[in-house]
Design a protein. Sequence first.
Length: 260
Amino acid sequence: MSEPITLNVGGKLYTTSLSTLTSFPDSMLGAMFSGKMPTKKDSQGNCFIDRDGKIFRYILNFLRTSHLDLPEDFQEMGLLRREVDFYQIQPLIEALQEKEVELSKAEKNAMLNITLDQKTQTVHFTVREAPQIYSLSSSNMEVFSAHIFSTSCLFLKLLGSKLYYCFNGNLSSISGYLQDPNHLTLDWVASVEGLPEEEYTRQNLKRLWVVPDNKQINSFQVFVEEVLKIAMGDGFCIDSSHPHTSDFMKNKIIRLIRYK
């Protein structure tokens, strides 16, 4: 083996050999470390590459083993694709294409499970009846919760592009509330007649909307209908074993499946 070389890739240090870096002479790294292209140095004298340091570990491991090994929960395929394109290692480009086809096939068969919960909560608020006159009022409010699990990360991203929270006068995608790529918990309230708009913000009450239809979800029936519309458009169907189709809208646990 040749003498070790330390690389600074985006601030992350890696140590490898010259023979590893030049194992694919036609690649960007092959050109850089064979003297065909100039290389930059950091303040410590290490070769500097201004690219993503975290992702480079997969590039370097491929140079060492000729295998693209990714963790099962890897979520940065887009970033990896851009880095692979930069380094122009042709066998790695082909290996990544094969991996993406493999992941795409795995995504086609999927399960979607939704657990619903609903309760009634009393809210107290003040109503301005005149410039200097306020009265205390209260009303019952329906509070909804939906715990969503799907083996398809892409479906939850799709759901995030359709459902939005309304809070403090703004709409924001539910995508920001993903606990992880497969789990999403939604909590929202139905609109209450007479409740001033500023009270929703003050009491941290979010409402749920479907876009681009600009339709507010004020009941579980509407929520289930909208989710079903999105899911069936993505190839899901109702799991005939749970619940029974005739009793679908009455259930607190809903399961859909997709076979492609």
